[in-house]
Design a protein around this ligand. Structure first.
Ligand code: MN
Length: 132
């Protein structure tokens, strides 16, 4: 069964590119263009991973990550922040808000899918260990 990922990203071109690369590699993708829509989609579809832009209109990515973590049925889904913010401290801030991984934009089409796979793999491996 193909893995379902949710991408919360307000930039149409970025969303298009990420969706294209992931679908080409066998993932299924749902897109949402803002935080509230993304949270709704996450609750409805329970994806295996969430790619989250930080610079979003109205509700920023930090708030979205924190909201996702408040839902017991969503809190185990790994969140990977994808952001063009490259300021010192941003990585720490989004990880503190609940993201598991962090990637900087622009994404590299050559390595993007492998990086996502690695985040998902490492996250699931970590969870197995916790369960032992
Ligand atoms: Mn954005």
């Amino acid at each position: 069964m193909s893995k379902l990922l949710l991408i919360i990203e307000d930039n149409e071109q970025n969303l298009y590119m990420m969706r294209f690369l992931l679908e080409k590699s066998g993932f299924s993708v749902i897109g949402a263009e803002n935080g509230p829509e993304g949270i709704k989609a996450a609750l409805r579809h329970k994806p295996q991973g969430i790619l989250l832009d930080i610079q979003l209109p109205e509700m920023d990515g930090y708030t979205v990550a924190a909201e996702l973590k408040k839902h017991s049925e969503l809190c185990d889904i790994p969140i990977i922040a994808v952001t063009s913010y490259a300021m010192v401290g941003d990585r720490e801030q989004i990880l503190a808000a609940g993201a598991y991984g962090y990637m900087e934009k622009p994404i590299n089409p050559e390595s993007f899918v492998d990086e996502i796979r690695k985040f998902l793999h490492d996250y699931n491996k970590g969870n197995d260990k916790k369960g032992v």
